[in-house]
Design a protein around this ligand. Structure first.
Ligand code: FAD
Ligand code: NAP
Ligand code: SF4
Length: 688
């Protein structure tokens, strides 16, 4: 056991018999969107993975690649591995990773999407359409099932040839293999359907055949659906039976996966407690003699250490945390935990972008996926830079510029850094946002930034300074919509509501159902412990039973939410679906959460006036009075750019604006979020 690190269990090597993992951290599988790019996708993937290998991780898993055309995008290309040409492409990845760190194990995931495939030629055990797909699959014939097993084995063999140290077969989430396991999706009456033994034959055969193909000295991981979070999911006895059969068939490691994509329980969003599901892995671990991997919301080394100490797993998978900080493992090993740029589980730049058909990146680290394009190189001409505003845009700019060698002074009007993030971090379920502010606080110290808090800088003061560059990141202020009676004492804005500087009554109307309107509704209806901080509260709110493990972990369990004694109306002018402007992969959980709390959601609203009686609105042409005692305005923001405007006009008078920059919400308030603010700050700092 290593003694030099604060995380001895994380950094204890794991002997697999024929090879050894140098530590217990796996960078879990994530599709990046570069896989399909036939021009430079693999060059970029090679650099992306190599940086993570240099960052000290023990094992890396690629995103999923299909073993045949039906299992992937349906097109010949990078997202499947079926031939020698593919082997050459993949050799770029394995070579780059081995050059970066010969001890890092680079593994390849085989993913057959089955009935979730995004093309029309999709296959499944039976013609049952997935709730999240518009296409209905065709049932595989017995002969085609045999061919599919052969395709998996061929794919694994090719991965080995390409230099991978191991392969993982994904048997969960609603993809092909997992669809064979459940009676809901497997209606067959041949030897692949009916009894559980028949339904689990496919994964067991695939593992057996792959092991024969790749030999005994190659890592073989099976990703099992440990809890589908569907009423018709597997019983616990079935999960154990399958895991033991997979072990017998030749797997080196079993990795647990939670949920099917079509389930309606959040499993990776920021509202999910850290390490929420590892106890399920721990229970399965007791039934097996091979190592197990656990995952989901393990974002910091102390969380990983505790999971290992609790005996819940032998290896922890950290996927998104490696997007946020490729050097996480090295920093952890060296005890530099406070320097880790933590994944806040927002999904905004990773999964949300992927589901929009875009390449992934990371909100807190816009270099993720852009390692060949966005680099923060040391400057050979250090400049004296003034930054106005320590919100996400100003902080991101400051730290990258200082890291490059520029001399930065950061002015912030408030007593603390963070800007609007200081409001976000107060929302139950958004506690992780504190980590981003901790990261920036530490970077400011380490990089010697001259931080001036409680200092509202004026254009006059800046004009008197001897600055080479001036960056205005003064952000946004809440919009005050022109509604009759808007100055009535019962009207407050989101800032006042969140900070508690003005009281919020028992009957409340929220004007605006964007991200902030939702967050304010969550805050003011909240009772007791935040579900994101307590696994048991979370399990109760989402109807999970970790003790008795009913089918899928949820069958027959009724969600129980602590109700608020406030009556809240959340209003929007649009007649569209509530939550449609929120994150693709998280918005639905926000909406369900507010529905559990009985928040009234009214769409298609016209605001008429506010008076002593309350808020007068029209809905569907009918007048209505909401007799509320507080009205909270969450109607977007406007840019705060007065300092910039003054400097610009003074500069223009002096005929020079080249060194004056405007970024973040101060530049454009519409749809400003931290993703854009941070990316803009980093990109500008890389250029000056
Ligand atoms: P700001 O955050 O407004 O920062 C500007 C800073 O400049 C402030 O600190 C201000 O005090 C300072 N300043 C202004 N003028 C001066 C001056 N003259 N001198 C010195 N200092 C000055 N975004 C997401 O991406 N995801 C989320 O989940 C999310 N959740 C949110 C939840 C809530 C409740 C709120 C309120 C916001 C949320 N946001 C979220 C939005 C995000 O916080 C903002 O988009 C982001 O903070 C904008 O960054 P910015 O740096 O441009 O501006
Ligand atoms: P927003 O998402 O633009 O929502 C503001 C809402 O107010 C709009 O949906 C709009 O809905 C309403 N509105 C706008 N102008 C109005 C007016 N004049 N009168 C009455 N209503 C008006 O902005 P936000 O909620 O302030 O959030 C700001 C940014 O932070 C957004 O970009 C958001 O993405 C980000 N954020 C993200 C999250 C997240 O979880 N990812 C959470 C919080 C914030 P109608 O026009 O339909 O009424
Ligand atoms: Fe984590 Fe958000 Fe970055 Fe995705 S975008 S890796 S969830 S911080």
């Amino acid at each position: 056991m290593s003694t030099e690190t604060p995380y001895p269990l994380v950094f204890e090597p794991l002997d697999l018999g024929f090879t050894t993992l140098k530590n217990r951290i796996l960078m879990g599988s994530m599709h990046t969107g570069l896989e399909e790019d036939s021009t430079e996708g693999f060059d970029r993937l090679a650099k992306y993975y190599a940086e993570r290998a240099s960052g000290g991780v023990g094992m890396i898993m690629t995103g999923g690649f299909a073993p045949n055309l039906e299992g992937g995008s349906g097109k010949v290309g990078g997202d499947s591995l079926t031939n020698a040409e593919g082997v050459e492409r993949h050799r770029q990845i394995t070579t780059a990773v081995k050059e970066a760190d010969p001890d890092c194990k680079m593994c390849f995931q085989i993913l057959h999407t089955g009935s979730i495939a995004g093309h029309e030629n999709l296959v499944a055990p039976s013609p049952v359409r997935s709730r999240i797909n518009r296409f209905t699959p065709r049932a595989l014939t017995g002969e085609e099932i045999e061919q599919t097993i052969e395709d998996f084995a061929r794919c694994a063999g090719l991965a080995r040839e390409a230099g991978y140290d191991g392969v993982e077969v994904i048997g969960s989430a609603g993809y092909l293999i997992s669809a064979f396991l459940l009676t809901k999706t497997n209606k067959r009456s041949d030897e692949w359907g009916g009894s559980y033994e028949n339904r689990m034959r496919l994964p067991v055969e695939i593992i057996r055949r792959i092991r024969q193909r790749i030999g005994d000295d190659c890592i073989l991981i099976y990703r099992i659906a440990a809890m589908e979070m569907l009423e018709e999911g597997s019983s616990w006895e079935e999960v154990v039976q399958l895991a033991q059969a997979i072990e017998q068939a030749g797997a080196t490691i079993i990795s647990t996966h939670f949920t099917w994509h079509e389930a309606r329980v959040p499993t990776i969003a920021t509202r999910v407690p850290r390490a929420a599901f590892t106890r399920v892995t721990g229970r399965l671990r007791k039934e097996l003699s091979i190592p197990v991997i656990t995952s989901n919301r393990i974002n910091m080394p102390e969380v990983a250490e505790k999971v290992l100490a609790d005996g819940h797993a032998d290896i922890v998978s950290m996927g998104r945390p490696m997007l946020a900080d490729p050097d996480l493992a090295n920093k952890a090993r060296e005890g530099r935990t406070d320097e880790i740029n933590t994944c806040i589980a927002c999904n905004q730049a990773c999964l949300d972008q992927l589901f929009q058909g875009r390449q992934i990146s990371c909100l807190v680290n816009p270099r993720a996926g852009y390692e060949t394009r966005l680099n923060y190189l040391p400057t050979d001409a250090p400049k004296k830079v003034a930054v106005v505003g320590a919100g996400p845009a100003g902080l991101a700019f400051t730290c990258v510029a200082a890291q490059r060698g520029h001399q930065v002074t950061l002015f912030e009007a408030d007593a603390e850094i963070g800007g609007h993030f200081n409001l976000a971090k107060r929302i139950p379920g958004k506690e992780e946002f504190n980590e981003t502010l901790r990261y920036y606080t530490r970077q400011i110290e380490l990089l010697g930034v001259d931080l001036k808090l409680n200092h509202r800088v004026s254009s006059e003061e800046l004009k008197g300074g001897d600055w080479d560059e001036v960056v205005i990141a003064s952000g946004i202020v809440p919009r005050k919509p022109p509604i009759a009676g808007i100055d009535h004492p019962k009207v407050i804005n989101y800032r006042e509501a969140i900070l508690g500087t003005k009281p919020v009554g028992k009957r409340v109307a929220i004007i605006g159902a964007g991200g902030i309107g939702y967050d304010v509704a969550e805050l003011i209806t909240h009772n007791g412990t935040s579900a994101s901080l307590d696994v048991d509260v979370f399990a109760r709110e989402w109807g999970l039973d970790f003790e008795n493990h009913p089918r899928g972990g949820v069958a027959g369990v009724v969600p129980k939410v602590e109700k608020s004694d406030r009556e809240v109306f959340l209003l929007q002018r649009k007649s569209s679906r509530f939550g449609s402007t929120l994150g693709l992969t998280t918005g639905w959980a926000h909406t369900i959460s507010l529905m559990h709390k009985e928040v009234h959601m009214l769409a298609g609203v016209t605001y008429e006036k506010i008076d002593d009686e309350g808020l007068h609105i029209t809905v569907d042409g009918k007048p209505r009075l909401l007799e509320v005692d507080t009205i909270i305005i969450c109607a977007g923001q406007e840019s705060l750019s007065d300092v910039y405007e003054d400097l610009k006009s003074a500069d223009e008078a002096a005929q020079g604006t080249a060194n004056l920059h405007l970024i973040g919400g101060a530049e454009l308030a519409a749809e400003i979020d931290a993703k854009r603010a941070i990316a803009q700050g980093c990109r500008l700092a890389a250029e000056i």
